[in-house]
Design a protein around this ligand. Structure first.
Ligand code: 4NP
Length: 185
């Protein structure tokens, strides 16, 4: 079940109609657990529905926690394993998982991407700080696309990668539904 469209998505719609591809950036604190999982899951959904040529999908961190001397860390192994259990990030369906390295969100990302989607409210605060606000209404939570709402709990602390998988998958499914319903893809 998908909630009615968030006002942010509506606000952005007239601008999006003119662009050929919809660009989505998922954001979390470290960019090694939740946001790369969301990136891979949405890429997999798009591929299955032959909509991968309509979407640019990427992920980034609000912090530099997982970036050392300019080198980002790969996706955290338990997150990789969770994805692999569902056939995502495997050699025959890699979707960029092997190569993915953590990187920090920039103000330029705010200009480049159509939707910047955070995992929790702290992410939103940091995203707005990096972007210098949200004048175009592009920033929202992944759980805005679910009936449950709330936040995506950080499995780095909860160690519950199963719950992260389920909640991120539900958010991505809701997001796909909204993009299709609004004829953005
Ligand atoms: P993520 O999880 O934000 O979902 O990637 C975290 C990863 C690393 C850290 C915190 C959260 N850390 O503090 O290093």
């Amino acid at each position: 079940m998908v909630k009615p469209l968030k006002s942010n998505v509506d606000k952005a719609r007239h601008k999006l109609a003119k662009t050929s591809m919809i660009k989505i950036l998922f954001i979390c604190h470290g960019n090694i657990c939740r946001s790369p999982m969301a990136e891979a899951i949405l890429k997999d959904m798009a591929r299955r529905e032959h909509l991968d040529n309509r979407l640019v999908i990427a992920s980034a961190a609000t912090s530099t926690e997982e970036i050392w001397h300019g080198e980002g860390n790969p996706i955290y192994l338990p997150a990789r394993s969770m994805l692999a259990e569902h056939g995502i990030g495997t050699p025959d369906n890699d979707l960029g998982c092997e190569e993915k390295r953590a990187r920090q969100m920039t103000r330029e990302d705010y200009r480049q991407f159509d939707f910047l989607i955070g995992m929790d409210r702290e992410n939103l605060r940091e995203m707005r700080r990096i972007a210098g606000g949200d004048p175009d209404g592009k920033i929202c939570l992944l759980t805005d696309f679910t009936a449950r709402g709330g936040e995506i709990a950080d499995p780095w602390y909860t160690r519950d990668f199963e719950a992260a998988w389920r909640d991120i998958r539900d958010g991505c499914a809701g997001l796909m539904q909204v993009l299709k319903t609004r004829k953005l893809i």
